[in-house]
Write a protein that binds this ligand. Structure first.
Ligand code: NDP
Length: 263
């Protein structure tokens, strides 16, 4: 059975940054797939400007659009409240921290402000969002256990952090180190990788799976037109990987193809 099929056992899934790029593609692919989660919660900071997402939601009644600016604690708390009303006692099965920015700066142009801006969105926000959603994730995890699916995975509760190969400390050496000398972005993704491992340790007792995934180099606003992968290709592979996650993948850093990447 392919991983994507496993979403039929995932009652609810939330994606951040769902108005364009990979986030929008996750919503589109899940909603139009054969085994769609009962509730796809697509968050964006400005729903009024998310026209493509609105069109998808008009076609698929399981898409729920909720406002979330990932760098605003007030917005995070409002979002949790709204999602709590949507999912009720079933809790939230899968949280995908996808929203991200790339503040381009090299050794010469980098400033403290640029570092902090990129850190806030890419590393601090996924931590604060996961903390805020913890009660709903725990609720789903404990129901999964009661229902007999005691093992880890998206049928129970999972946090997926969309990271980047550029955050790998080990790979930033030799020939590879000559490209993409982006201090704010690279370090923010390295920090997200460590946030992933720390949260994996903390959420393990509750049976909540936590891992980081690299989507490949993809043709989005961020990836640019030269990228080899289409959003459809990347997300089809990512959903297959996410759908098949088990406890052996807890705390892992995986490529979109499912292979293990070096931290
Ligand atoms: P895009 O630039 O195409 O989209 C970024 C998304 O993040 C948008 O929906 C944007 O919303 C949202 N976002 C940014 N800041 C906030 C915020 N404060 N609150 C809410 N939403 C916000 O990027 P991609 O789709 O390509 O990237 C998605 C993820 O994949 C990112 O984490 C990125 O780092 C990662 N990635 C992408 C790669 C690629 O090749 N494309 C490669 C490796 C990793 P808005 O429209 O409101 O700005």
């Amino acid at each position: 059975m392919s991983g994507a099929m496993n979403f039929k056992n995932c009652g609810s899934l939330l994606v951040t940054g769902a108005n364009r790029g990979l986030g929008l593609q996750i919503v589109d692919s899940l909603a139009s797939g054969r085994f769609s989660p009962a509730k796809i919660i697509a968050t964006t900071r400005t729903p009024a400007r998310a026209q493509k997402l609105q069109e998808l939601a008009d076609k698929h009644p399981n898409i729920h659009i909720v406002t979330l600016d990932v760098v605003s604690q007030e917005s995070i708390e409002k979002c949790v409240e709204e999602v709590g009303q949507l999912v009720q006692e079933e809790g939230l099965n899968c949280l995908i921290n996808n929203a991200g920015i790339n503040v381009v700066a090299d050794f010469h142009t980098v400033t403290a402000e640029k570092m902090i801006e990129n850190f806030h969105t890419n590393a601090v926000a996924p931590l604060m969002i996961t903390k805020a959603f913890l009660p709903l994730l725990k609720q789903a995890a404990s129901r999964g256990q009661a229902g007999g699916s005691g093992s880890m995975g998206i049928q129970r509760a999972a946090v997926i952090n969309v990271t980047s190969l550029l955050g790998s400390v080990e790979l930033n050496w030799g020939e590879r180190a000559n490209n993409f000398k982006w201090y704010p972005y690279r370090t923010s993704k390295s920090a997200l990788n460590m946030v992933t491992r720390c949260m994996a340790v903390d959420m393990e007792p509750d049976g909540i799976l936590c891992m980081a995934i690299h989507p490949g180099w993809v043709r989005t606003d961020m990836g640019g037109s030269e990228a080899p992968l289409s959003p459809e290709e990347s997300i089809s592979s990512i959903l297959s990987v996410i759908g098949g996650l088990t406890e052996k993948d807890h705390g892992s850093f995986l490529n979109f193809t499912g292979e293990v990447l070096p931290w």
